[in-house]
Design a protein around this ligand. Sequence first.
Ligand code: F6R
Length: 242
Amino acid sequence: AEVIIVPGEEDGGRLVADAVVDLVRARPDAVLGLATGSTPLAVYRHLAARVRDEALDVSQVRGFALDEYVGLPAGHPESYRKVIEREVIEPVGLDPERIAVPAGGLDGVETAGERYEAAIREAGGIDLQILGIGRTGHIGFNEPGSSLASATRVKTLTEQTRADNARFFDSPDDVPMHCITQGIGTILRARHLVLLAFGAAKADAVAAAVEGPVSTSAPGSAVQLHPHVTVVVDEAAAGALT
Ligand code: F6R
């Protein structure tokens, strides 16, 4: 992987937004893979600013979210459908019809993964997949133990991840137990992976992903199997790299 150390989140966000803009200029119907969580927010902010300032046409851009909680009431503000609407679709001006999020409703959740895989295939695959990484080492919500060949499916969140995401909910108990996530195999089929991480809390996960043995115990290490990976980190998140 190419590792780029940036002074901070804003610089990282600008850099990755530049890559997205270049892609969309070359391919107006580019397919983006969209992470949620805190890490990519600067990317989406910079992307929104550039689209506005340069009157970039994003009307044909397509996108697939990485994951979704299972069992939140429809329209819950912390469902990733809503988060993607609020943080990406609205500010960037994307067409909501062209942006898919795995279906986390209990009805039909057993087949939602297969349907998502089919939709990604029909779109011709993901051109650029934006990834964060969890303290457990997860990419998407593929917690340790996830098969490196996995497809989109329902998973159980670890207690660590539920605790880390409790900040988005009124009470830690409100964080769902389950999620539906693109698999590691799904992620590896994207043509370019961009993994972002900021802050010392991510240093061990970043080191395991970039330099550790490729192992299901460190799901992020799967990126080493991919021929085109860009890792964008600040000094703190790069702190455990040798
Ligand atoms: C989000 C996702 C997760 C997050 C990870 C880091 O769609 O799939 O892998 O990227 O949990 O979360 P933050 O960025 O909030 O630290």
